[in-house]
Design a protein around this ligand. Structure first.
Ligand code: FES
Length: 289
């Protein structure tokens, strides 16, 4: 018998996009493509990327880390048929997206086992100074305070290493990584990103604030950052979320050759499990205000 559980408002998944949610600590990716809603297990079976951040093309999603493709309807592995993901029953009722718990994959021992082959790093990242656990199945040689490139649910960004795998292993750390440590950043990358990000962020804050004010939307944008990949910008606001705000800043993103500008509440920013606030329901796909 189905056991439907509400996971988000219908508007939390934009057209032709995906988003990540957690149900009973299991990562779930929900997509809206060509007017239909799909849900699959959210963790890529290859190395654990969040499929909710993948690019969708019709009924397929491409993993953001190494490009494996999955069928959104069936969960079939299109790149690697021996590695499918679970397809989940999803529906919209009364404006809410619901998932049938009965279709969730069982948690495997591997997902809770600290000896899972992942090298874990504690990293500070983001302009708000979040701290989270990031991992890689291949060891990335780095030291305390090194700058590294991270793959987070928001895109590629710079972080600062606080603990290396040897330190975390001594603490029996088994947190689920919130993303991947991709590589150590070059000193040139570290030096040039911050000023470029700062300059564009200030312009985005000014322009987005003006557009929102023109539409009488009462959000005070107080901070932000342009990610290392130069594709995404995140702006943090004070005030209540407003579903009309996101579409209004889309044109400003295009104007600056960005793929997206995401608006997150300043007090309670959404982060994936294992990183930042780790709050259920606000991880992965971002808060599409
Ligand atoms: S983590 Fe998804 S393809 Fe490698």
């Amino acid at each position: 018998m189905p056991d439907w559980v509400s996971i988000a408002e219908e508007s939390a998944v934009a057209a032709d996009a995906g988003a990540t949610f957690f149900v009973d600590d299991i990562e779930v990716a929900v997509f809206r493509s060509e007017g239909n809603l799909f849900a699959i297990e959210g963790k890529c079976p290859h190395k654990g990327a969040s499929l909710g951040n993948g690019a969708i093309d019709g009924c397929a999603v491409t993993c953001p880390w190494h490009d494996w493709k999955f069928d959104l309807k069936t969960g079939e592995g299109l790149t690697n048929p021996s590695s499918p993901v679970a397809s989940l029953a999803v529906r919209v009722t009364g404006g809410s997206i619901e998932i049938d718990r009965e279709t969730l994959p069982l948690k495997t021992a591997a997902s809770t086992n600290s000896n899972d082959g992942i090298h874990r790093y504690l990293v500070r990242y983001g302009s708000l100074g979040w701290v989270g656990v990031f991992g890689n199945v291949d060891k990335v040689e780095c030291q305390h305070r090194d700058r590294v490139i991270l793959q987070t649910h928001r895109g590629q960004e710079l972080g600062e290493v606080l603990s290396i795998p040897e330190d975390l292993a001594a603490q029996n750390n088994s947190d689920k990584p919130g993303g991947e440590v991709v590589r150590v950043a070059t000193s040139d990358e570290s030096k040039t990103h911050a000023p470029r990000s700062k300059e564009l962020t200030l312009r985005l804050i000014e322009e987005c604030s003006a557009v929102l004010a023109e539409s009488d939307i009462d959000l005070a944008i107080v901070d932000g950052e342009v990610l290392f990949d130069n594709e995404s910008a995140v702006l943090y606001f004070l005030g209540d979320s407003n579903p009309d705000a996101g579409p209004l800043v889309t044109d400003i993103a295009k104007l600056h050759n960005l793929e997206r500008i995401e608006l997150y509440p300043f007090i309670d920013p959404p982060e994936p499990e294992g990183g930042g606030c780790g709050k259920e329901g606000c991880g992965g796909g971002g808060c599409h205000s």
